[in-house]
Design a protein. Structure first.
Lengths: 123, 109
């Protein structure tokens, strides 16, 4: 059974960089069938896609966050990571990592999710 | 537009049928996927593509699409179906950008 687990600091100061890692177990991050994504959810609000990465390193980012986001992959550790720079209180959210399956070009889904980790931006 | 719009809340009597809709221009070109989220838990995929259910999802969940609207139907709603539901699709820009709907709170009476 595939499992994803987010890890990283739960508290980040304003203007600093948020860094999270997602460790994948029970399957290979190098599978050609999947992308790997980050999604966040501010307290009491809806879901927001942050970005996705392929095992080769190809990345796609939410245009509204693109200037601050970097997603990378480490296939040797079966991990992928998120960095979000210049954070403000508006970046306080539960951050989820997820496997993204693209069945055909018009069909995709996030079929496995981590449990999520709350990151609070505060001094 | 890259937005996906959902009704904020719907209610359904136990055992009855409820349909949750998701509207957006991108749905004319791409299928939606649907997620159930209960308080304090990660979202769970319930429907993707034309009408595909992952293993373990009850067959009372079904999906459909017409024009710019995708729908998730729960036929014979159970108490455990009370949750927030989100649609998700690729946006209409043609790039690999994805957007979630605004979410619908389903209450089972």
């Amino acid at each position: 059974q595939l499992q994803l687990q987010e890890s990283g600091p739960g508290l980040v100061k304003p203007s600093e960089t948020l860094s999270l890692t997602c460790t994948v177990s029970g399957g290979s991050i190098s599978s050609s069938s999947y992308y790997w994504g980050w999604i966040r959810q501010p307290p009491g609000k809806g879901l927001e896609w942050i970005g996705s990465i392929y095992y080769s390193g190809s990345t796609y980012y939410n245009p509204s966050l693109k200037s601050r986001v970097t997603i990378s992959v480490d296939t040797s550790k079966n991990q992928f990571s998120l960095k979000l720079s210049s954070v403000t209180a508006a970046d306080t959210a539960v951050y989820y990592c997820a496997r993204q399956k693209i069945v055909v070009v018009i069909t995709h889904c996030f079929d496995y999710w981590g449990q999520g980790t709350l990151v609070t931006v505060s001094s | 537009s890259s937005e996906l719009t959902q009704d904020p809340a719907v209610s359904v009597a136990l055992g009855q049928t409820v349909r949750i809709t998701c509207q957006g221009d991108s749905l004319r070109s791409y299928y939606a996927s649907w997620y159930q989220q209960k308080p304090g838990q990660a979202p769970v995929l319930v429907i993707y593509g034309k009408n595909n259910r992952p293993s373990g999802i009850p067959d009372r969940f079904s999906g459909s699409s017409s024009g710019n609207t995708a729908s998730l139907t729960i036929t014979g709603a159970q108490a455990e179906d009370e949750a927030d539901y989100y649609c998700n699709s690729r946006d209409s820009s043609g790039n690999h950008h994805y957007v979630f709907g605004t979410g619908t709170k389903v209450t089972v009476l």
